[in-house]
Design a protein around this ligand. Structure first.
Ligand code: NAD
Ligand code: DAU
Length: 355
């Protein structure tokens, strides 16, 4: 049994779906169901007895302690976070609360649980913290890609809060011996990606005939990885990662934002042409830049490749085609997320259950 936090969000739900497709080992999935958490992402698991969903906050220590005691998981994988840079600029408080204070509370309960384990259960236990390449800050054009020893230099409230959580996780290993692993991944894309983030926003706006807002000059570079490749990396680190180590995860896929948007438009032109026969690229609109916008991220993934034998299965071309196709095939998911209908459902369904 493993315990996953944030497993109703974009990456967490892909991870839980993948895990249960490949393993009989049960998953306790604890999620606060913020605007970004969606039980529709887990719809295929409704009748699966190996999936135990718990609506709660990682900061709810009483409930966390009870869950750990009851289910005795062999690992905790922490995806739960506020994840959107723009939202962190508009309102950093939730980021501090969940990403820093919430991770602290989670670490405290996991430490207490682990302390009481004995023998093999204690030896084999793992706490895997899912983090981001944004903690390393921004690269110049000619700089080498981020390695695990790159200094932390976070620039947004989001990345600063993730950096703080990484440091807490590290400290719990060095001070208390908690068996931790940390992954720092580049930009993910794929199914169930909330359409506030670049790729899904461009797909849904394009199809709705709306503008495709490009911040600044559109030449900021991100390093893109298909989400199921991130999930396979996390499984591999959980299986074979060295305690206390961090692993950078990426697909060697640096691309300027404008190229990403052009690729999305090209696929939509092919798969769902505009009624007027023109390209979706005509909807591109340059808008005011994000404050403090990091110019370039790039992940050096040699360590996880060399030490753990992990490699991504998708190229950008195969991954982006699958992604665009998924959004075309799932208009109900998009409209539920946009209309907030799924949140109304959650409110009535989980009435009284929120912690
Ligand atoms: P997301 O915003 O889609 O999902 C976050 C999930 O966490 C949601 O289901 C939300 O309800 C839940 N959550 C938020 N606060 C919580 C709390 N206090 N208690 C319990 N659950 C809570 O995010 P994502 O894109 O899936 O990212 C998952 C993790 O991976 C985050 O830690 C993020 O920093 C990290 N990450 C993301 C990317 C990316 O490109 N999206 C890349 C590298 C790392
Ligand atoms: O690098 C990993 C990180 O990637 C994760 O830790 C974050 O959780 C995740 O949200 C993502 O952060 P970014 O800020 O890179 O992702 P976002 O999709 O918000 O933006 C990607 C790039 O596109 C960024 O340079 C800003 C730009 N952008 C974004 C939006 C939403 C635009 O030009 N227009 C937009 O409308």
């Amino acid at each position: 049994m493993i315990l996953v936090t944030g497993g109703a969000g974009f990456i967490g739900s892909n991870f839980v779906n993948d895990w249960l497709a490949q393993s009989n080992e049960a998953v306790i999935n604890l999620d606060k169901l913020t605007y970004a958490g969606n039980t529709q992402n887990l719809a295929g698991l409704e009748d699966n007895p190996s999936h135990i969903f718990v609506h709660s906050d990682i900061g709810n220590r009483e409930l966390m302690a009870a869950l750990l005691l009851q289910y005795q998981p062999r690992a905790v994988i922490n995806f739960a976070a506020e994840s959107h840079v723009d939202r962190s600029i508009h309102g950093p408080e939730d980021f501090i609360e969940t990403n820093i204070v919430g991770t602290f509370h989670l670490l405290e309960e996991v430490r207490a649980y682990w302390n009481n384990l004995a023998g093999e259960a204690k030896q084999n236990f793992r706490f895997l913290h899912v983090s981001t390449d944004e903690v390393y800050g921004s690269l110049g054009k000619a700089d080498p890609a981020f390695t695990e020893t790159h200094r932390y230099e976070p620039n947004s409230p989001y990345s600063a809060s993730k950096a703080a959580s990484d440091h807490l996780v590290r400290a719990y290993h060095h001070t208390y011996g908690l068996p931790v692993l940390t992954t720092n991944c580049s930009n993910n894309y794929g199914p169930y990606h909330f359409p506030e983030k670049l790729i899904p926003l461009m797909i849904v706006n394009a199809l709705a005939g709306k503008d495709l807002p490009i911040y600044g000059d559109g030449q900021q570079i991100r390093d893109w990885l298909y989400v199921t490749d991130h999930c396979s990396a996390i499984r591999r680190v959980l299986e074979a990662g060295q305690l206390g180590e961090t692993y950078n995860v990426g697909g060697w896929n640096e691309k300027p934002n404008l190229d990403i948007v052009t690729a999305v438009c090209g696929l939509l032109d092919e798969l769902r042409p505009r009624a007027d026969g023109q390209s979706y690229a005509l909807q591109v609109a340059y808008v005011t830049d994000r404050p403090g916008h990091d110019r370039r991220y790039a992940i050096d993934a040699s360590k996880i490749e060399r030490e753990l034998g992990w490699k991504p299965a998708e190229t950008f071309e195969t991954g982006i085609r699958k992604t665009v196709q998924w959004y075309l095939d799932n208009p109900e998911w998009v409209s539920q997320v946009q209309s907030g209908a799924y949140r109304d459902w959650v409110q009535s369904h989980y009435v009284g259950a929120a912690q």
